[in-house]
Ligand binder design. Structure first.
Ligand SMILES: [Zn+2]
Length: 203
């Protein structure tokens, strides 16, 4: 868990006093118990934040897509962090067989994550552990959706940034777990189907 904190500590020491720029893009849950600046120990202006229920990155959500595009192409952020949290009410609601009205299409994205990882999740017999793992996999899939965007693919091809990270915040312990997303591995993996640049393989 401390890996994420150490990374931030070193990162702040290197960057904060050198240039005051928003270099981190954060996508997190709307849950007010998870304030982006505070959990990372950063100050205002150091992180560009977008939040929604269960930190989702649906490709048809123009709000989140616009923010990613702006952060990558105009702010030229070096790191994009998707941060979920254990005990996420949004993920729990998606596991509940109930008609939640307007929330249904939003939560469907989380049910789709379950379907993608059905075998792994079904093998976890403990309900709490299965819930926690779905929260982690939901972050992984949000990271994957960010890597599928043209802005990220083209920027990484030309500048070797941004790098996408997946974290989960533990409200009880106050610690961040780094899911250690293999950014280049995922990028390579999604290229076959999701490449949005005909010369993406050009170095
Ligand atoms: Zn949440």
């Amino acid at each position: 868990m401390w890996h994420a904190y150490l990374w931030l500590h070193c990162y702040r020491r290197n960057v904060r006093h050198r240039i005051r720029l928003t270099v981190i893009r954060y996508i997190g849950c709307s849950d007010s118990r998870v304030p982006a600046n505070e959990i990372m120990g950063l100050e205002a202006g150091e992180v560009f934040v977008h939040r929604n229920i269960a930190n989702l990155v649906p490709n048809v959500d123009l709000n989140v897509m616009f923010v990613i595009n702006y952060a990558v192409r105009h702010l030229q952020v070096k790191h994009i962090i998707v941060c979920g949290h254990y005990n996420c009410g949004g993920v729990k609601a998606a596991l509940t067989p109930a008609d939640l009205g307007l929330l249904n299409p939003w939560l469907r994205n989380i049910r789709d994550v379950y379907r993608l990882h059905e075998k792994e999740l079904d093998e976890i017999t403990d309900e709490g552990s299965r819930y926690n793992r779905l929260i982690e996999l939901n972050v992984v899939e949000s990271c994957r959706n960010i890597i599928k965007t043209a802005a990220v693919q083209q920027s990484y091809r030309d500048h070797q940034y941004p790098v996408v990270h997946g974290w989960v915040f533990d409200l009880r312990e106050g610690l961040i777990k780094d899911l250690k997303i293999d950014f280049e591995g995922v990028l390579e993996d999604v290229k076959k189907i999701y490449s949005l640049s005909s010369d993406l393989n050009r170095k």
